[in-house]
Design a protein around this ligand. Sequence first.
Ligand code: DOR
Length: 444
Amino acid sequence: MPNLIIRQARILLPEGNLASGDVWIQAGKIAEIALTDSASPRESSFEVIDAEGLTLLPGVIDPQVHFREPGLEHKEDLFTASCACAQGGVTSFLEMPNTRPLTTTQAALDDKLQRAAQKCLVNYGFFIGATAENLPDLLEAHPTPGIKIFMGSMHGPLLVDQEAALTALFAKGDRLIAVHAEDQARILERRQQFAGITDPAIHSQIQDHQAALNATQLALKLSKQYQRRLHILHLSTAEEAELLRRDKPAWVTAEVTPQHLLLNTSAYEQIGTLAQMNPPLRSPHDNEVLWQALRDGVLDFIATDHAPHTLEEKARPYPDSPSGMPGVETSLPLMLTQAMQGRCTIAQVSHWMSTAVAKAYGIRHKGVIAPGYDADLVLVDLNHSRPVRREDLRTKCGWSPFEGWNLTGWPVITLVGGQVVYDRGHLNTQVRGRALSFQGQEEG
Ligand code: DOR
């Protein structure tokens, strides 16, 4: 592995300020930050990346993705998804258990880890999924960022929607529980009520605000009862954000997706079922309340919920069209564009997309640019804008809900463990990420 010097980048420092300087990388780690021009490399063994005009950020850690392998590789696989990550500045991801087979046992988790070791260009971790029957697996599985519970919006055995079964899961063990919080009973009832409607906009009414709020309230209640570390995935409504603003124990964290911040139900008119996801898109008012909650620290960080489906699958009429949209290669420029427009700062974007994620999941030595930290880094160009174009995407599904959006801050170079994995449109497919480890998961 070559030693590297990234020269004259604008570096996002741990205090949140940007300063020009050089970053020295040795054996995959950040060795030194020199905030003056450190002239020519002191040792010829250092390769030089000229980063003048570019901004250096910690690599994005995306804490909720669906990469479809094994079993659903016609939508995505760990190689294509990790290529999309590299191009999007995502250097680590946490992946969800709704693959085939479901990731509900140590054997299924080991299988994913082995596949990832062979083909993943970036670092990886995999959730273990809860069923009503696999408590022993949930307690023992290793390494995993936590237990994923689908309280709603999921068919098959991954669903745990009964309070008694949920209570049993919250009562036993102490590892992080991450919930997809939607009330399955209410969704089923409303599906019947609105049966026959094929306009995908009805999706947001079937899986409505109340369905999300009911489940978040229940998860919060159980978490408080057992003081159990809880993470609320892709929180989508103003009501849930206000609930957490009033009452959020220190051991609870919550995330929001770029699409719940930036898209709303008006998207159905423009892109139809491509806007269909779970939990569904909400109103412009929800967008605003979620932004404020994020800025105020009520919401802790950002995940994409990258959930690719083929265009053919998405072309089925609602409700046969599947829910989900891709996101790993647009999330960073989407959020940096918001920062350039003054809605937040670059330091906040990096905090929400990297630093806070590493802290919440106990991922050591990542999420900060400082000596001793892993050299998982992304150089972005904040002076250049270009639109999201289908032909530039690496995800196997080949589309984005943000096509045509003109974004600033696209990744130029991405490094994983000190190796250049992406450089101006080119991937180094020889690079391999590593399995993440999760220690002493901290409170929010
Ligand atoms: O829209 C969604 N699609 N939400 C989820 O939580 C699951 C995902 C998928 O796997 O397609």
